[in-house]
Design a protein around this ligand. Structure first.
Ligand code: RP5
Length: 162
């Protein structure tokens, strides 16, 4: 199975990005996590993206806050799917990172999830790998069924309260 990369711009992003790591572990997806910055280590980030496909990666998740150029900078150097996670910082509630991540120019896409939406980023990466993996697709489908049952259970509890 191909690996997923979880790249974050700073170790201060880890509390959010840990949610992506947890989902990948839940689905037994091989992954690597790294702190590489578009601004502080631009050459290392570039090299990583340039070599990611031949190193066995199938998708890259990139989380960054503030002027969040990490996902876009990685996407510029690979044709692997790149999923961007805008991270909320203490100034503009994450709107800065959201716009910096989502507003990519035509030709270099970044699939951007919600502010701090690291678990959805990982689920999207799992779904990408599941295109060619029926067992993984079944695991995803079972998780959706479990989530539906949990909503129905909440509905039942609410009805019983009336
Ligand atoms: C971004 O700047 C990082 O992704 C992080 O969200 C933010 C702040 O980084 P630190 O100053 O905490 O290292 O590049």
């Amino acid at each position: 199975m191909r690996k997923v990369a979880v790249i974050m711009g700073s170790d201060s992003d880890l509390p959010v990005m840990q949610k992506a790591i947890d989902v990948l572990k839940e689905y037994d997806i091989p992954f690597e996590a790294h702190v590489y910055s578009a601004h502080r280590t631009p050459e290392i980030a570039r090299e990583f993206a340039l070599n990611a496909r031949e190193k066995g990666f199938g998708a890259i998740i990139a989380g960054a806050g503030k002027a969040a150029h990490l996902a876009g900078a990685l996407a510029a150097n690979t044709t692997l799917p790149v999923i961007g996670v805008p991270i909320k910082s203490n100034t503009l509630d994450g709107l800065d990172a959201l716009l910096s991540t989502v507003q990519m120019p035509s030709g270099i896409p970044v699939a951007t999830v919600a502010i701090d939406g690291a678990s959805n980023a990982a689920l999207l990466a799992v779904q990408i790998l599941a295109v060619e993996d029926a067992d993984l697709a079944e695991k995803l489908s079972n998780a959706r069924k479990k989530a539906s049952l949990s909503v129905l259970e909440k509905d039942k509890l609410l009805s019983e309260k009336k």
